[in-house]
Structure formats: C-alpha cells, structure tokens
Design a protein around this ligand. Structure first.
Ligand SMILES: Cc1ncc(COP(=O)(O)O)c(C=O)c1O
Length: 364
C-alpha cells in the first residue's frame, strides 16, 4: 500500500447533504457513516460486475474501514472480505464468508479455515510455512505476484510485495519436496486506470502460461478500483483483460466502496484574529485522525460577523496539526463544521497523540 493524493474529486455525493442534516442531533467530534451511500456504492459495484464475462466475486478490503457496522452492512452484499492481519481476520471470520488473506501481519496462517485463501508474498514466507510442522498444511495455496506498476504509480519504486518472476521459477523446486498446488494468484495494482489494461492483460497472460500455475483456477485482481469506479469502467476494464472464462475472478476494493461514506463533524473551540487573518482550532485533530488524508470543510453552521481568510488547526500541541486554509469564510468560534470525505483509510491510519482518541463513530 502506498497512498498518493490523486485527482479523485472530493465533491460530496448526493446523499451527503441529507447526512449532514441528520448529524445535527449528534455531538461533535463525531464521524458519521451513511448506510445509504455505502449501499449505493455496493449496488453500483455489483451491477457493474453483472456484465463481466467471467464469474466475478466482490470482496471488501477491510483495511480501508474497520468499523463494525460498516463491515456488517457490507456482509449483506459481498461474497467475502480481504484481510491483511490476524486482527482483520478476527473482525470478519464470524460472517462465514470467503476470506482472501495476504501480508506479513500474521502470527498463525488462517489456512485451516476452509473459507480462506492465503496468498503468500515471498518464497521465504512460503518456505517458512511449509517447514513449520505446527502448521496445518493446506494442499491449495495462493501466490501473490509482484504486479507491474500502474500509470498513476509510475513515480513510485516497484512494490515490495509478491513473488518476482525469478521467485516463481523456484516454486518448482519446492513442489518436489512438499505437497501443495497453487489454486489462485493475486495481482494487486494500486490506482488502476483504463490505459493500463493492455499492459496488465499481457502480464496476466504471461503468468498464466507458466508451468507452476497450471493448477490455478481463480485470479484475484486486488484493490485500487477508485478511478474505474468513478468513470464506470470496471467491467470494461476486466473484460479487456481477456482472462479465459475458466478462471473465476476476485476483486477486493477497499477505498472505492467506502471513500465517500463518511463525514466528520467538529466544533471550533478557539479563535484569534490578527491583521485580518483568522486562526481557529477545532475540537479534533487532523494529525491524530489520519496520517494519510486531510478532509475538506464542506458545510458549517453558526457564522462569524466578518468574512476572513481562515487557518484551521487541530487540538493537539503539535504545531503542524493543520486542516488547511479557507479563503474569505465566516467560520468562527463555536461554529460546527462538517468535513468530507472520511470513509477510507481514515480511522485505520489514525494516531493518538496526548491520548486523544478518535472521534466517536456512528453509522446511520
Ligand atoms: C492486496 C490488496 N487488496 C486490496 C487492497 C485495497 O486497496 P484499495 O483500498 O485501494 O481498493 C489493498 C490495498 O493496499 C491490497 O494491498
């Protein structure tokens, strides 16, 4: 995972004004998730998958938002979940759905769960698993493949996750010693854009020709669907990969499903005006709330007397706990502000400087 700010709009989706009205009864600071927006996102996703030529399964990557109500709502519509640690696995195990697991955040592998497929990230992780006598050794395993870069991520150095082409060759030697077969491969590319489709298509075709992968029956295309979701290009993208129909496809979006579902309600607790510049502090902290994303103020209530350029800060003693500058606004002491969006990688990237906890979460 490597988050880069990109050109996805922060314009609130249609149901957000309604959510803002409902939030009036909730004390600040609070994070309020909308069941309606979540279900709208799920329905759009699921209906776009109907035109995919292969059998395709939607999993939700819980790393994007682990709120229990959000997960419960997801469980009503998705085939399963994608997890990256024992902790995430424990959050979704109770739903008895398909689980795709990968990463290094495990003390024990969830392979003995028949619903779960574990994608090994490296040859050494796989060797370690196979050599450990205490492990229940599943005959069918998944392999994560180091993916080609996307257009969006071209500036980022190559991913450190997944088997390289050289490591794939060495699988043959392991198979001579241990009894396992590769039933699924995971190729996660961040921030997919339509122009990447040909490169990915050739890459997948090359991987599927490899002798080590003749037992594969499903391909997991990972997450990173935000752009294709916004541009309604998901099924076109998948169909253009021309993956033969005998392979089932799994996709595991996190951000695309939850990015737009939440608002942050906060209140201005301090104000000073000097040289026609207003500096305000909110009763919550940008530094603490998320180390990845800074939401924008999209609405506020109770206005000051004078429109001023305003610098908005968070409530820690860290100088750079900063939400941003707003030109010519009436936001002032005691104003309630609504910030957006806070659905994806917001709670899951939070910190607790001074012991200040994350705003209370609601799902309404
Ligand atoms: C293997 C895998 N699947 C799914 C996701 C979810 O990605 P996104 O939230 O961008 O859809 C990630 C994110 O890093 C991932 O590494």
């Amino acid at each position: 995972m490597c988050r880069k700010k990109h050109s996805i709009t922060s314009q609130p989706v249609k149901a957000i004004p309604e959510l803002i009205v409902k939030s009036r009864k909730i004390n600040s600071p609070a994070i309020i998730y909308s069941r309606k927006v979540l279900n709208d996102n799920l329905n759009i996703f699921l209906s776009s998958l109907k035109t995919v030529n292969n059998k395709v399964h939607l999993l939700y990557a819980v790393k994007a938002c682990t709120n229990s109500e959000v997960i419960r709502e997801m469980a009503t519509k998705v085939t399963g979940f994608s997890v990256s640690s024992d902790e995430e696995y424990n959050l979704v195990q109770r739903y008895n759905k398909v689980i795709s697991a990968t990463g290094f955040g495990y003390r024990r592998y969830p392979q003995n769960d028949r619903n779960c497929i574990f994608y090994f990230n490296s040859l050494s992780q796989l060797k370690c698993y196979l050599n450990n006598k205490d492990n229940y050794i599943a005959a069918k395993i998944g392999i994560r493949i180091r993916s080609p870069k996307t257009l969006f991520s071209k500036s980022v150095t190559s991913s450190r996750f997944g088997f390289t082409l050289k490591q794939i060759k060495l699988l043959k030697d392991l198979k001579k010693i241990y009894n396992f077969e590769v039933s699924s491969i995971l190729i996660h590319q961040e921030n997919k854009v339509f122009d990447d489709v040909n490169e990915l298509k050739c890459f997948i075709a090359k991987i599927l020709r490899k002798s080590e992968f003749q037992t594969v029956n499903s391909i997991n295309l990972g997450g990173g669907w935000d752009n294709l979701f916004l541009k309604k290009q998901i099924s076109k993208f998948i169909n253009n990969l021309e993956i033969p129909k005998q392979y089932d496809i799994y996709i595991e979006p996190g951000s695309a499903l939850v990015r737009t579902i939440g608002i942050l309600k906060a209140t201005v607790i301090d104000e000073s005006i000097e040289d026609n510049i207003r500096t305000i502090t909110l009763n919550t902290s940008q530094f603490n709330n998320s180390s990845w994303y800074v939401p924008k103020i999209v609405a506020y209530k109770k206005e000051g007397l004078k429109k001023l350029d305003t610098y908005v800060y968070g409530n820690t003693c860290y100088e750079k706990d900063y939400f941003g500058k707003y030109t010519s606004t009436l936001i002032s002491l005691n104003s309630d502000v609504i910030m957006y969006p806070v659905g994806a990688y917001y709670f899951t990237t939070h910190r607790e400087l001074h012991g200040l906890s994350f705003p209370k979460e609601y799902c309404i």
